[in-house]
Design a protein around this ligand. Structure first.
Ligand code: NAG
Ligand code: NAG
Ligand code: NAG
Ligand code: NAG
Length: 460
């Protein structure tokens, strides 16, 4: 064979191999599905916005579990609320016509999420109440087009969010508390699949084909196994043949005991924040309201997380390899109330100065410092290796801050994000680094909460 021929053959083989890797197909079992690499955009994004919106936003009392807590659990507070404020024959579906979304401006929402520094948005397409926020072919009457807002809440937000170059995702509840088909499947020990075949799966295929969500955030396994839900078949289709097969990410709530074990990123539990490095990509799904995901009209200020609490949650999450999905509950009339708007804008204000230490970063060898409390680390590739970011939840009380984790070199340079000039430093007595803080006027501070030291030329 001539040399030319050999080169050609090598190129051909390489080409063939690349082709094979591009057309890898996944089988409907967890081993195969779990082998799919998570698309990079997700780990780079770090912050998403979660939106809980539905008929529960009309009573906007207690929580998004209002219907269940009223009729199934019989919470006295809800029974009392209904007795005092509604006629005796009033049913939960009677709330739907009051879900009017008359001030809903998807563009305003998307603009706010962009200002918050979020990179993706996840909307409840349907919560456990079963009401679909899109005009589903599989939902007669109990959907946002046929009653209430009389519009496609999902499609309108998808367009606006994409206009702002954010990724659009959809939350979807597999089970529905009171759906008779679900209840009869449950009564049969999930040996029948009438509900999943006529409702859950048709809806999931419908929203993926119609809205091409880049996050499919499943919830509500209703204690039924993944085999009942046919989750593995759905995910194989999603990864192999769906319109979002190359970019979509999914969570882990696909059946009983699947969460924290299988799927895409792990959510494990609500407000999951383990405080140490995780081996698998994860997400901290949390809400600005301490007690609810849906809007509550009677929530006082103290029920909302402060910006300091939000940033602490966010920073510890990112240091340990997680993303944060921060939830807002809009009102039934379509507004994100000013307290949540303010929190979102404060996040954006902080990220505007310090985003370099967040977006596109990866966990460092240490998550928190070994000497100073409330210091959390991230790292990012730089021209000379890695830049390490030390995020301080407290401004140092003395003029010097000692960090135990970073090992210095003669090339070490320390600066503060958003502030001109480098800081002086010296090697600590037992390794580590002592950083001298210059006096900075309060009106010259780069930001109001959580400050970031940029450490270049660190040896570990
Ligand atoms: C939404 O409702 C309108 C008015 O009833 C109807 O004309 C339209 O076909 C519905 N859209 C879908 C997608 O079902
Ligand atoms: C849950 O799933 C994990 C991993 O598949 C398994 O190790 C564990 O035994 C399961 N737990 C229960 C209670 O079934
Ligand atoms: C760092 O985190 C670990 C684990 O949460 C904790 O035990 C330790 O006290 C923290 N270190 C400091 C200096 O706060
Ligand atoms: C760093 O130390 C030098 C020499 O002591 C001093 O002149 C300079 O002002 C210091 N810079 C800062 C930012 O503290």
């Amino acid at each position: 064979m001539s040399k030319f021929c050999k080169i050609f053959r090598i190129i051909f083989v390489v080409h063939l191999l690349t082709d094979v890797s591009l057309t890898v197909r996944y089988d409907p079992n967890w081993k195969s599905l779990d082998s799919r690499p998570l698309p990079d955009w997700y780990d780079d994004a770090k912050l998403g916005i979660f939106i809980h919106w539905g008929v529960f936003s009309v009573p906007s009392f207690s929580s998004e579990w209002f219907w269940y807590d009223w009729k199934q659990r019989g919470l006295p507070g809800i029974i009392d609320f209904m007795q005092k404020n509604y006629p005796p024959d009033f049913t939960y579906p009677d709330f739907a016509p009051e879900f009017k979304a008359e001030f809903y401006s998807p563009i305003e929402w998307a603009s706010l999420f962009k200002q918050a520094g979020a990179k993706y948005v996840v909307l409840t397409s349907k919560h456990h109440e079963g009401f679909t926020n899109w005009p589903s072919k599989y939902s007669f009457n109990w959907n946002a087009n046929d009653t209430g807002p009389n519009r496609d809440l999902v499609g309108d937000l998808a367009d606006a969010v994409r206009d702002y170059s954010l990724k659009f995702g959809l939350y979807h509840s597999m089970f529905e508390w009171f759906n008779p088909l679900y209840k009869s499947d449950a009564a049969n020990g999930f040996k029948t699949q009438n509900f999943v075949k006529s409702k859950t799966m048709p809806e999931l295929y419908e929203i993926v084909q119609k809205y091409k969500p880049e996050v499919v955030w499943s919830d509500g396994d209703g204690d039924a196994p993944a085999e009942y839900w046919t989750s593995q078949e759905f995910l194989a289709w999603l990864y192999n043949d769906s319109p979002v097969k190359d970019t979509v990410v999914v969570n882990d709530r696909w059946g009983k005991n699947i969460s924290c074990h299988h799927g895409g990123f792990f959510t494990c539990a609500d407000r999951y924040n383990p405080g140490k490095l995780q081996t698998h990509k994860w997400e901290n799904a949390m809400t600005i309201d301490h007690y609810s995901w849906g809007y509550r009209r009677n929530a006082p200020l103290s029920n909302y997380l402060t910006i300091e609490e939000l940033l602490k949650t966010f920073i510890t999450t990112v240091s340990c390899g997680g993303n944060m999905l921060m939830n807002v509950g809009p009102t039934s009339y379509g507004r994100i109330v000013p307290i949540m708007e303010e929190r979102l804008k404060q996040m954006g204000e902080w990220l505007g100065v310090n985003g370099e230490a967040i977006y596109g970063t990866r966990p460092w060898s240490h998550q928190n410092d070994t000497v100073s409390k409330d210091v959390w680390y991230t790292k990012k590739k730089s021209a000379t290796g890695y830049t390490v970011y030390a995020i301080l939840l407290q401004w140092p009380k003395a003029g010097t801050l000692t960090l135990g984790a970073p090992q210095t070199t003669t090339a070490t340079v320390v600066s503060l994000l958003g502030y001109q000039g480098n800081f002086n430093w010296s090697k600590g007595p037992i390794g580590g680094i002592e950083i001298k803080f210059p006096l900075i006027g309060w009106n010259m501070m780069p930001c109001k909460w959580a400050w970031v030291l940029k450490l270049d030329g660190i040896s570990n």
